[in-house]
Design a protein around this ligand. Structure first.
Ligand code: ZN
Length: 335
């Protein structure tokens, strides 16, 4: 009910010209858009906040082109911010994690419109070409038609039946502690047999796999620059672990790049000011969050907000964020 009202309200505000006014008002601010994966099968039904259908992504990108938004690279945006001189209607496109679908679905659309973008790439699953363990576990439970399945043969404490409320999390926690990916794959294969969701099919579909080195090179050739997102998609404030996560991310990727990575995206958007000295030590220039904010010159470079777009976001909500109308509402609310 509230959602319906919100959508109606946004349409009304757009009709009354408030989106247009907001865009004029916030012309000199920077907008950073954030995407994750692109649907190849049913991923957006599985995690709507993480995936978007390519047709909708195409529509969004075409909208940016039609409405004459100025798509610039992240590095250019940083340079302009330092000079306190953003071009009008500047937008940066960012994509997190490095799913195969970025290569398969997003790249042709971006190339066609000649839009540059940044891919924040986690390195552990990069070039491994197997599904992310935690997502694959969740996906199997999402996909199964079975009920009441006995999971005791997995020998994971806390996950003895499909109906255990914590079963998924217990399997994920167990898998995380295993030493190798091969061991995790064995768990997924067993789980797939029990739940009747075939591991090999899932792997072959590559829906939950990250890109390979060859695909990363194709992305770079298509105008996508590769930046930091940690090795294992985790970034605690503990100095030693956080430093390892960035250094390992750099070691795995940097030697394939023309210039070393200097921009960072907090995994899952979790950030704190305690991270900032670690980022500075690593010569990082910017770090992006998942907080919806338009960017002005005074926003700290280590907490740059972004507009999240996914299957959960309707066109009118997208336009409300992009135009700055939502920013306007946030400012009023603050006051
Ligand atoms: Zn991420």
């Amino acid at each position: 009910m509230f959602y319906k009202f919100k959508i109606y309200f946004l349409h009304l505000c757009k009709y009354l010209g408030f989106f247009w006014i907001s865009r004029m008002l916030f012309k000199s601010k920077l907008r950073i858009l954030c995407y994750h994966g692109f649907t190849m099968k049913d991923e957006d039904e599985f995690v709507p906040g993480l995936f978007i259908q390519p047709e909708i992504f195409h529509k969004r990108m075409q909208y940016l082109a039609d409405k004459k938004y100025n798509i610039i690279t992240l590095q250019k945006a940083y340079d302009y911010k330092e000079q306190r001189n953003f071009p009008d209607d500047a937008v940066v496109l960012t994509i997190d994690d490095g799913f195969y679908s970025v290569f398969k679905e997003a790249l042709p659309i971006l190339k066609n419109l000649n839009f540059p973008a940044t891919l924040y790439l986690t390195s552990y699953y990069f070039d491994k070409d197997c599904p992310l363990f935690n997502l694959a576990t969740q996906y199997m439970f999402f996909k199964t038609q079975k009920t009441d399945i006995d999971l005791k043969s997995l020998a994971i404490s806390g996950a003895s039946s499909q109906n255990d409320p914590d079963a998924v999390q217990k399997i994920i926690d167990f898998g995380k502690k295993l030493a190798t990916e091969e061991e995790r794959i064995i768990i997924l294969k067993k789980l797939g047999k029990l739940l009747d969701v075939d591991y090999d099919n899932l792997n072959k579909s590559r829906t939950l796999n990250l890109i390979t080195l060859a695909e990363m090179k194709a992305l770079m050739a298509g105008g996508i620059d590769i930046q930091l997102h940690t090795h294992r998609h985790r970034f605690p404030t503990e100095h030693k672990v956080a430093t390892y996560e960035i250094e390992k991310n750099k070691q795995t990727i940097n030697n394939h790049l023309p210039t070393p990575m200097t921009h960072f995206c907090y995994p899952s958007g979790d950030w704190s000011k305690d991270h900032w000295p670690i980022l500075a030590e690593q010569d990082i220039l910017t770090a992006t969050t998942c907080e919806p904010k338009l960017i002005d010159y005074d926003m700290p470079n280590y907490s740059l907000g972004r507009i999240l777009d996914s299957a959960r976001v309707s066109q009118i909500e997208f336009e409300a964020e992009l135009s700055g109308f939502n920013e306007f509402i946030r400012k009023i609310r603050k006051k």
